[in-house]
Design a protein around this ligand. Structure first.
Ligand code: GLP
Length: 239
């Protein structure tokens, strides 16, 4: 694993955007696994600058990690909306295909199967990840076991509280989400996990240096051969 510690989220974002660019330049039909959350915003800002400078995305496919159950694509807190606002609407050339799980599918079980088939037919070249304060990746929450496939998950109280900052009130935070499982994440050829701030330091330290355990989902990344941890000084402070 590689660990890169940057002075600022802006500098880190530029580095991540460059890693994404390398994949797009060197792979015939690149597939980027994308994430949401405040941490990845500087990455998308830097990536947008590259796209403005001529990086061609017309052969690129994007596949997002997760979506809240019950939020439609036009809901301001949905991850569909996040991706449109923070990335897609700013790109001069749109990706060939962009996928986010459908959190309002009539049959969520079928939606999970559809998403798994999509991932299998589009192997992910680079998976971008944030990390929850409790060590979750995507919405794979700490538990005595982890599900490998795309599934509907009940969010932990800690995650609901942590993500409440994006909603008017904590009552509006959905209690469930559709998330890629750990299999799809670990099958990505390359993984880039980004974390900023003091409140991520414990999860980062446990994931990087602790034992591999399902109670710290990001510790599973120790099993992958090509992971880059992109940190700032605060998130790296317990390493
Ligand atoms: C959500 C997402 C995760 C993300 C996490 C961290 O829970 N499902 O993919 O890593 O938020 O968010 P933030 O970057 O805002 O701290």
């Amino acid at each position: 694993m590689r660990i890169r510690v940057f002075e600022s989220p802006k500098d880190a974002g530029i580095y991540v955007a460059t890693l994404m660019e390398q994949v797009i330049l060197h792979v015939e039909r690149p597939v980027l696994g994308l994430a949401t959350g405040s941490t990845v915003i500087p990455c998308y800002q830097a990536f947008r600058s590259l796209a403005d400078c001529g990086l061609d995305l017309s052969r690129t496919v994007t596949i997002n990690l997760d979506e809240y159950v019950g939020l439609s694509a036009d809901h301001a807190q949905s991850y569909h909306y996040f991706m449109r606002e923070n990335l897609f609407q700013h790109l001069p050339t749109k990706p060939e295909e962009s996928h986010v799980p459908n959190g309002v599918a009539a049959n969520l079980e079928e939606e999970c199967k559809r998403y798994d088939a999509l991932i299998q037919s589009h192997p992910i070249d680079l998976q971008l990840l944030g990390i929850g304060v409790n060590g979750h990746i995507g919405f794979n929450e700490p538990s005595h076991s982890l599900l490998s496939r795309t599934h509907v998950v009940s969010l932990s109280e800690e995650t609901i509280q942590s993500n409440a900052r994006f909603f008017d009130t904590v009552k509006n935070v959905p209690h469930q989400a559709v998330t890629m499982g750990v299999q799809a994440i670990l099958q990505a050829k390359q993984i880039v996990l980004v974390a900023f701030g003091k409140n991520k330091a414990k999860a980062v330290a446990e994931s990087v240096s602790g034992s591999v355990q399902t109670n710290v989902p990001a510790s599973m990344l120790q099993l992958h051969r090509d992971v880059t941890w992109v940190l700032d000084k605060e998130s790296a402070s317990l390493l």
